[in-house]
Design a protein around this ligand. Sequence first.
Ligand code: ADP
Ligand code: MG
Length: 229
Amino acid sequence: MREPLLELRGVCRHFQAGGLVQALNDVDLSIYAGEFLLILGPSGSGKSTLLSVIGGLDRPTAGEIMLEKQAIHRLSENQLAHLRRRKMGFMFQFFNLLSTLSALDNVALPLRMNGVSTHEARERAKQLLDLVGLSARLQHVPDELSGGEQQRVALARALATSPALLLADEPTGNLDSGNSSMVMELLERFNREQEQTIVVVSHDHAFRSIAHRVVHMRDGYIAEVEDLK
Ligand code: ADP
Ligand code: MG
């Protein structure tokens, strides 16, 4: 049996918001290196919360999360921030690029934060922007890019540090169908050619054509795990 890259055991995330909100309830999930995992489910079913606890952006209120045998739910804030910078790449629905930085510097930033020299960070950023088809847009700031282009910059940025896990929350949620397909094709290619482990949260069933497994969320529970490949 292969060892999982990341393992959740009995993970709960409850919020006190007026009443008790059980956003995640007793979630057990293993994520394996090299897989493309799709998390599907209706709005409010806990998908974003699940992705946040997987990525160390949020902490479970109960349960365990092991990343390469390290208990990440026990880390201090500083240790968790360090782990996120080294091991996780994030993509969001609204791209979340820094508006004053060029595409090149947005992609170079996570490397700079990990202590990579400006020159080396920019060289790697150029390579990645080339891979996502944006070598003609290096000096553009986000406002000078289309939504599809911004999301491709965000993808390059998420991959800059060669993260163990690429986590994407509704990465096509704000794109038209042409740009959605382009982002999906790029994710598929990074998974296939570079064995990048990818977890995508979406309600777009088109991701089924590239996912290896589908986790169906309902009311904070995993209702079903579907094997597609
Ligand atoms: P999804 O991404 O599937 O739409 P979420 O994970 O965002 O769902 O939310 C799951 C549930 O948890 C929802 O009922 C939501 O309102 C609630 N929730 C999420 N974040 C918070 C929060 N910070 N405080 C209170 N409730 C929250
Ligand atoms: Mg969500």
